[in-house]
Design a protein around this ligand. Structure first.
Ligand code: PRX
Length: 566
């Protein structure tokens, strides 16, 4: 029987407070995610149980028990405190998927500081934008990524420490210090900071259409949602070996790559390596992964590899599969049934929701191509885009909206209260996506309702790309839009108007692509650049990306009445 069935049998009326009870917390008392993910499992008799099975791309392995992560996160918290870092300060984690990232996350929270994880493939400009906005006090990083921090540290007066976890004997530069996690002074009885339900915990940056990325500010109370959704949707049980292949630079990698499994006291495996079908299958076989949380782009890559590859491995340990980040096409669900003997279960949610909100939980029959139904305790609807009232009719497209109030809902955007207010209409939180609901109450995803580009499950904001493009000496104006892609769903395409005196060429295209890859990230790099004479604009001079995007997707152009026609 699945966890959700067993729990609902005992108590059919869903209430978040039941999860608080299971966690032994009280909304008005002390709630600390770092403590609940490491000390509590130890108190529940799991001190010697494996918390983390870690392997890197060269096959180097490390194993950490719950007691190990408890002590090591205490040590890190005490070390950071010793540096003078205070509760509430933002401490960035900028690393590959090394153990220090996962355990450091808990350490920062135990100190009462705010963990700001950033994807280690970010270039200096993406990094700068986010550290500057959050007025980050310290960054924990690796030697290879410290080079990017060095380039921007002079413009970041608040950044007091650049903490390098693998400094070795290497020379340290200004503000840099070495921290060897395994050699830190022991702080076994570290006094975890008494954070409350509404104390800030995690700051994840996410992209919208306008302006720079926004810092979604989460609180310690979010753990109530992450606990129960991991238990019910991922169906995590005591003897599971769980693998979430998302990077903690993105919300899936923290909500379900750190908090969800550890607060449930489950063993999780981490592979610090990019995509490689054989390596991934070998990893599942070797560690006997039972529950796997992945994403459609990875599934499509595996599908492309074909049957011969998968047949080389024994993957019979897998018992439950979930997917997130992009629409999970019906074909991928059928393929997974055929290949693994079980379907991928779709889960829909966002950085802002903090937890899964619409899903095919394991007790719900999967309708391939649908995202499933709202999670118990989540009130969702599809709204008419003009009136912002629920459509209340099956099969009609509208805006996905959620009634605020679940525990892990984002509390604000860092330094951007107006951006946050703009996400609400008529008492509903708008996700920025479109869907329809069928007769059985299943949600069918239709697309984004804005210009954000979803490439391989990662959101990229056009504004950030366009701002970076302007730094190229030849670029006068630009527009970044989504272009369909068979594997990544969407990739970035840039339309560029050159300054007088510059002519389009292959070299120019490459030079511009490289600039974006280096400054922002490989995800944001345009896969194609089209040089044009002028961009479509409204009479007031606003670029109309919708037209450029519609052409890429062969869609109708829509209302053209406000677009200048010169
Ligand atoms: O557009 C939706 C898409 O990803 C967006 C959220 O991205 P982010 O905040 O980066 O969080 C990603 C992981 C939680 C959504 O607004 N998205 C996410 N899950 C799905 C999805 N689109 C379709 N189907 C999904 N299951």
């Amino acid at each position: 029987m699945t966890n959700i069935e067993a729990d609902l049998q005992k108590n059919p009326q869903f209430d978040w407070s039941a999860s608080e009870c299971e966690l032994g917390i009280d909304r008005s008392g002390i709630i600390n995610i770092g403590w609940l993910c490491s000390d509590r499992p130890c108190q529940m008799g799991k001190a010697a149980k494996t918390a983390l099975l870690w392997e890197d791309h060269q096959g180097v392995e490390k194993v950490f028990t719950y007691n190990d992560i408890r002590i090591l996160s205490n040590n890190i918290a005490a070390y950071l405190e010793g540096l003078g870092l205070k509760p509430g300060e933002r401490i960035c984690l900028f690393m590959d998927r090394v153990p220090e990232l996962y355990i450091g996350f808990l350490g920062i929270l135990k100190l009462g500081a705010v963990a700001q994880p950033l994807f280690s493939a970010f270039g200096e400009e993406s990094l700068f934008t986010r550290l500057d906005n959050a007025q980050t006090s310290a960054i924990i990083t690796q030697r290879k990524h410290a080079l990017k921090v060095r380039k921007i540290r002079d413009q970041l007066p608040n950044l007091r420490y650049i903490i390098i976890v693998d400094a070795g004997e290497g020379a340290l530069k200004e503000r840099e210090i070495a921290m060897d996690m395994e050699k830190l002074p022991k702080a076994d009885d570290y006094k975890v900071y008494p954070t409350k339900a509404e104390t800030s915990s995690v700051l994840h940056y996410t992209s919208g259409t306008t302006g720079q990325p926004k810092g979604a500010q989460h609180v310690h109370y979010s753990i109530v949602s992450q606990y129960i959704t991991a238990k019910w949707v991922l169906d995590l049980k005591d003897d599971d070996i769980y693998w979430c292949n998302a990077d903690p630079g993105w919300v899936t990698g923290t909500s379900y790559g750190i908090i969800g499994p550890w607060v449930n006291g489950v063993t999780q495996a981490v592979l610090d390596s990019g995509f490689n079908a054989e390596r991934w299958y070998k990893f599942i076989e070797k560690y006997k992964i039972t529950v796997w949380y992945s994403a459609p782009t990875a599934i499509r890559l595996l599908m492309r590899e074909g049957k011969e590859t998968v047949q080389k491995f024994n993957l019979s340990s897998l018992r439950h599969l979930c997917s997130v980040g992009e629409p999970l096409n019906a074909e991928a669900v059928h393929w997974s049934k055929e290949t693994f003997g079980r379907p991928f279960h779709d889960t829909f949610w966002q950085t802002e929701t903090g937890c899964i909100v619409i899903t095919n939980h394991p007790a719900l029959p999967v309708k391939p191509g649908s995202m499933g139904k709202p999670f118990p305790g989540i009130e969702a609807a599809v709204l008419n885009p003009q009136t912002f009232e629920p459509v209340n009719q099956t099969g009609i497209a509208g805006l996905i909206a959620l009634k605020p109030g679940w525990p892990s809902m984002v509390r604000s955007y860092w330094n951007n209260p107006t951006g946050y207010q703009n996400k609400f209409k008529n008492g509903w939180y708008l996700c920025g996506d479109r869907a329809s609901i069928d007769i059985d109450g299943y949600y069918w995803f239709m697309g984004r309702d804005d210009d954000v580009i979803n490439t391989g499950g990662h959101l990229v904001g056009p504004f950030e790309i366009e701002s970076a493009l302007l730094e190229h000496p030849a670029v006068a104006e630009s527009a970044a839009v989504a272009k369909p892609d068979p594997i990544n769903m969407e990739v970035v395409k840039a339309f560029v108007v050159l300054k007088p005196g510059y002519a389009p060429s292959d070299d120019m295209e490459l030079d511009i692509m490289n600039l974006i890859r280096k400054r922002l990230s490989p995800l944001a790099m345009p896969q194609e650049i089209e040089f044009i004479d002028a961009l479509p604009k409204t009479r007031s001079g606003k670029i109309v990306r919708r037209i450029l995007r519609a052409k890429e997707f062969n869609e109708p152009l829509g209302d053209m009445s406000t677009v200048m026609n010169d």
